[in-house]
Design a protein around this ligand. Sequence first.
Ligand code: B1M
Length: 211
Amino acid sequence: MSPLLITLTDSIKAGRRKQAVEGTQAALGEELPPQDILASLIAGMNDVGRRFKANEIFVPEVLIAARAMKDSMGLLEPVLVKAGIEPDYTAIIGTVEGDLHDIGKNLVGMMWKGANFKVVDLGINVPASRFAEAAQEHNANIVGLSALLTTTMDAMAESVSAIIAAKLPNTKVMVGGAPITQEFSDSIGAHGFAPDAASAVDIARQFVGDN
Ligand code: B1M
């Protein structure tokens, strides 16, 4: 592999934003294949996810790495689009109705982007019907629901029911957030639960058979 791409992966791992941007510019300048540049960025974020899950790093480090990834992707994306290379899978994400917490939801969205999913973020306080409409509109592979309040767990259950009722054969529902457990996820009929943002990537990959 080109030494430039190895350095690029290391820049993402370390969350070095300026170095990641310069590395992406240099790789594009050398006309390295854009999918190889993308793969080296994803490899960096995969490592960040692994260390986050192992409690070797914490939320701030993940956010810093995700920001470096985002800025590099800003340069790479137009080149990928021009070359006709787009993410294979689409994920919708949002915080359920009545709930305004978005830090964890944003982290999951960033990690999904880092794993090369197209992410449509519906924001906070999202009504159940909106999740179902968006899943249909974007032909989503995954709908991710986040809830941080015990009082909004009912809204999560309603959202899952609305998405399942829309009978979308290719759409799987993932739930998460501090009060959510595997048992609760099973009880409301979600397809999967992730306790943290790194596991949300693993489950998303399992959903689309890409693991
Ligand atoms: Co709020 N709040 N808050 N709050 N707040 C909590 C959640 C609370 C536990 C604090 C407490 O009392 N100890 C408590 C809930 C109690 C309960 O329901 N049992 C609480 C409360 C009561 C409230 C208010 C009602 C307070 C009030 O007004 N009286 C109010 C409600 C507003 C509303 O939503 N309607 C409120 C408001 C707020 C702020 C606006 C001030 C602010 C939110 C800012 C924002 O999000 N932009 C806030 C904050 C910051 C918190 C705490 C301190 C931190 C939450 C957070 O961001 N954690 C929180 C206490 C705490 O957790 N220590 C608290 C960091 C984040 C990275 O973790 O979101 O858990 P988390 O995400 C993790 C995983 O859960 C998982 O991955 C993430 C990363 O690994 N995950 C998913 C999350 N979503 C996922 C989705 C997935 C998969 C995994 O798949 C799709």
